[in-house]
Write a protein that binds this ligand. Sequence first.
Ligand code: SF4
Ligand code: SF4
Length: 247
Amino acid sequence: MCTGRVDMAFVLRAFRKGADGVIVGGCWLGECHYVTEGNYDALNLMHLCKRLLEHRGVNPERLRIEWISAAEGNRFAEVMNDFTEKLRELGPLGNGAEEGNGDLTAGLEEVAKLVPYIKLIKKDKLALRLDREEDYDDLYTREEIDGLFREVVSYHIDPEKCQACMICGKRCPVDGIAGGKNRIHVIDQEKCIRCGTCFEACPGRIDAVRKIIGEPVPPPLPEEGRTIVRKGAHSVRRRAAWRQTDP
Ligand code: SF4
Ligand code: SF4
């Protein structure tokens, strides 16, 4: 697989499944066979991924990207031996300084769920093509990534405002909104990738989708309280069941 196809989600999955280290090997910069030069994208993405691992308490040295052409068998062996030695030194994942960082697997799972959001938020930086390889080292800072996690955006549909026009449900790229005709729409927070499409799509006069930053998302409206009963030009919500659950 071309390094340009390697996604942060693949790397995080490997760690979640118990890998002690991940190495990405690709063609040398400037020697890509394609105009896309995906190895630059991989380099950028792996630097971001290292910061994400660090944020969750994983030593970023457990992830490495190296340039090894198909003709460089000796170099491949040297790099792999060196990386193996490094991992022996670090010990199993969760060892040494990584201890006391809580459930690493759960933490990595949480990061993995946010990969589409992180790529969206960082799309301008991810598109950068820097002149020198070492310039990528400082592209992402620890503070920047901590801030990113502090300010993760969530979306919530206000049941008092939703008119079940169904626009948001049709536009959601991950089928993450439950709804239907005369049904108050509800975002499935597990599926939502926080793209903001529903926020943009909900008609301004209704304005039912809320953007939430740094606050918990209200619990979803129970199924039995989602039907909208319309009477003439006005709509009356059947919300008895929901009201019972209100604090
Ligand atoms: S933010 Fe995006 S992914 Fe989430 S529910 Fe809205 S449209 Fe779907
Ligand atoms: S676009 Fe707005 S009003 Fe229409 S279903 Fe979605 S949240 Fe409700």
